[in-house]
Design a binder for this molecule. Structure first.
Ligand code: SF4
Length: 720
């Protein structure tokens, strides 16, 4: 037994966007404990079940059983992968990518990365794709998470910047939670909400959600709206606010534009009609509007219920309209506040690591922005051709247009909608690289080359949480086996490609001169100078001391809230009301598929369970997959709890137990998103083996945000 002293390392939880600070206890090369960091302003020492069990997912035994410990090369599709040394693996990745680019052009390569990568990892991936290879085909699973929130903010407020902060929960008089279940998905933030309610009995909570979730149980007013009807709800509430003179004409006149067109539109949403569209009581809708408008400070919290929709941008913008119309923004306790799903979806956007973005919130479509980034990077140009977004990227691969995919830190074979199509797309590719910490993901089966990456507790960098707060992520132990940091793997391939294409270096020795994550972060920091997210006043040294919110320009301090002076990030400084239409769900239920499938999270699991699925104790809360149905539907179908049913959509079918639950309404079916290959298999309509809920979901996406409608699909339920 080792007698090495216990080391304490401050870091950040790698799960949800609350971004809790943790203190890792390690001895030698072993993580032996984890506790909440009492000084971290996201959690003040608290951790939820996921965060507090992190150390148990990082034991040496589990690493030996589940981690990808060395590079592996698959000699032939369908055959087991064989070990290969790092240099040979990196040489082959660079050579295969280089050949494909030289033969078919840069857009024959696509990068599908992750909101769980650190900001520094994201930065170098983006620079490799857009700066060196010359393709904008780089997107991330954040497209499935926050892109509608981004598009909603940009459309109305002018920038991808949540204006509020966690402290606003303590100052709000009304909190409107819509399309979110923070009790399970953001548990530590929910604890704060419970505290605020205890401390302030006058605080009113409105929850709008098709399911009567644990969050809804705390509500003073619960609106059980039908899936996808959020815009009708918000327009109906705005109609009431206007009619009852609860808007703020002074704020509208001084700080906004476009109200008249929206006013005309919401005339068509009187409470009776809006409530009928939403399937709720009109009096409840009126009550929600009155509470929203009459309070001194209203805060809205929202997440995937608004984002994962083919009208996600409209839903986000219509909610922000309510805040602009009432002036509930830019003040303590007031504002629209999107809760980030993943730990670093925001950091990825900061460095522009998506198909339509560039560094520091620059837009790819803007020629000046492209020129600025080309100058920063020292490359001749950043290509203008729009990149493919997540669903589009796998579509392009399925058509043979993208011939090589490099997938990092994400599991699209499980998490993308219409799983059969995504799996076929990977099969069609000439070359698939999977860079992963775990050997157990469904996507690994499609890899020609598997590159082992380090993960939580083993790597250094930064992440940004829901309230724009940048925290350090630190290594407490060395990575097991031959696993390497993600940024290092990218840079090593990039340097090999530079040797192949020296003319692309514009006379420089290398575009990737980094000796560690801090050097990458410093380059990113410089790219933010003068931008809305300016962090030139920050440094790794400062972040070591305490996590900080952006913006934080040189010579200025961090800003807890945005737009307090009423000036927005638009060209003329005025916020824009968004005159958006109400559009029903993409696939309404019908006689053949009469149930609305709603997807969501469980309390104790994360994404595809690569990490949380390792611990038996995290199955104590929910032990097996099930589809929840309303008791009336259970009776009508002759089902008892535990009876197996075929849950079938137009794309695939799975078999799982049914469970009666009053949380869902009649003709609704709820299923958690986490279950994968080991727990829940099924088949596509053409007989391919599939796993989990995304055997059923559809790839239709928001035309602006390109975020797919993962939250809803039409299904049928038949006793097995
Ligand atoms: Fe981790 Fe989120 Fe739980 Fe905090 S609330 S401990 S960030 S999973």
């Amino acid at each position: 037994m080792t007698t090495a002293p216990v080391q304490l390392t401050r870091s950040t939880c790698p799960y949800c966007g609350v971004g809790c600070g943790v203190i890792i206890e390690s001895r030698g090369a072993q993580i032996i404990g984890v506790r909440g960091d009492p000084d971290h302003p996201a959690n003040f020492g608290r951790l939820c079940t996921k965060g507090s069990t992190l150390h148990l997912t990082a034991t040496e035994t589990l690493a030996r059983q589940t981690r990808l410990l060395q590079p592996m090369r698959r000699p032939q599709r369908g055959h087991p992968p064989q070990p290969i040394d790092w240099d040979s693996a990196l040489d082959e990745v660079a050579q295969r990518l280089g050949e494909i680019v030289d033969r078919h052009g840069p857009d024959a390569v696509g990068f599908y990365i992750s909101g769980q990568l650190l900001t520094e990892d994201y930065y170098v991936f983006n620079k490799l794709a857009k700066g060196l290879i010359g393709t904008n085909n780089i997107d991330t699973n954040s497209r499935l998470c926050m892109s509608s929130a981004v598009a909603g903010y940009k459309l109305t407020l002018g920038a991808d910047a949540p204006p509020a902060c966690y402290e606003d929960i303590d100052h709000a008089e009304v909190i409107f939670i819509v399309g979110a279940n923070p009790a399970w998905a953001h548990p530590i933030l929910f604890r704060r909400l419970e505290d605020a309610k205890r401390a302030n009995p006058r605080l009113r909570l409105i929850v709008a959600d098709p399911r009567r979730t644990e969050t809804a149980e705390l509500a003073d007013l619960y609106l059980p709206l039908q899936p996808g009807t959020d815009v009708a709800l918000f327009h109906g509430m705005l109609h009431v606010l206007i009619w009852e003179q609860l808007i703020d004409p002074g704020y509208i006149a001084a700080h906004t534009e476009g109200f008249d067109a929206l006013r005309q539109r919401v005339l068509d949403f009187p409470p009776a009609r809006a409530a009928q569209l939403c399937g709720i009581d009109a009096a409840a809708l009126v009550q929600a509007a009155r509470w929203f408008g009459q309070s001194h400070a209203t805060l809205s919290l929202y997440c995937q219920g608004l984002n994962q929709s083919h009208s996600g941008t409209a839903k986000n913008a219509a909610l922000i309209n309510l805040h602009l119309a009432t002036g509930h923004i830019g003040r303590p306790g007031a504002g629209p506040f999107s809760l980030t799903g993943q730990p670093n979806a925001m950091g990825g956007r900061e460095v522009g690591g998506m198909a339509n973005l560039l560094s520091a919130h620059r837009d790819l479509a803007n020629p000046e922005h492209r020129a600025e980034v080309a100058r920063l990077w020292g490359v001749a140009e950043v290509p203008a051709t729009p990149g493919t977004t997540a669903v589009e990227m796998f579509g392009a691969a399925a058509r043979g247009e993208i011939k090589a995919l490099w997938i990092a830190c994400t599991n699209p074979a499980q998490s993308m909608p219409d799983q059969a199509a995504v799996r076929r797309a990977m099969q069609r590719c000439e070359f698939v690289v999977v860079q992963e910490a775990f050997a157990t993901t469904a996507t690994g089966a499609y890899a020609d080359m598997l590159l082992p990456a380090s993960t939580w507790g083993e790597k250094e960098g930064t992440v940004t949480n829901s309230e724009r707060r940048i925290s350090r992520v630190r290594a407490a132990i060395p990575a097991p086996g031959q696993a390497r940091p993600d940024w290092r793997i990218v840079v090593d391939v990039a340097r090999r490609l530079e040797a192949r294409w020296p003319q692309r270096l514009n006379g420089r020795h290398t575009l990737f001169p980094y000796d560690g994550p801090e050097a990458i972060w410093n380059e990113h920091r410089e790219s933010t100078r003068g931008r809305d997210l300016d962090i030139t006043g920050l440094s790794y040294a400062l972040l070591e001391h305490a996590p900080q919110q952006w913006p934080c320009p040189e010579g200025g301090g961090p800003q807890a809230r945005l737009y307090m002076d009423g000036r927005f990030a638009t060209a003329n400084g005025r916020a824009r009301f968004a005159d958006v239409d109400f559009v029903p769900v993409a696939e309404p239920r019908d006689a053949r598929y009469p149930f609305s499938l709603i997807t969501g999270r469980l309390r104790d699991h994360w994404h595809g369970m690569s990490r949380t699925g390792l611990l038996g104790r995290l199955f104590g809360h929910v032990s097996e997959p099930a589809v929840q149905l309303h008791p009336q539907d259970m009776a009508r179908l002759g089902l008892q709890d535990g009876d197996l049913v075929h849950l079938t959509s137009r794309r695939g079918s799975i078999v799982l137990p049914a469970q009666g639950s009053e949380q869902v309404g009649p003709c609704q079916a709820f299923m958690a998103m986490h279950w994968g290959e080991e727990c829940l298999s099924g088949a596509s309509s053409s007989g391919e083996r599939l796993a989990g809920v995304n055997a059923l979901t559809l790839p239709t996406f928001c035309p602006t945000a390109k975020q797919p409608e993962l939250k809803h699909a039409a299904v049928k339920v038949l006793k097995a």
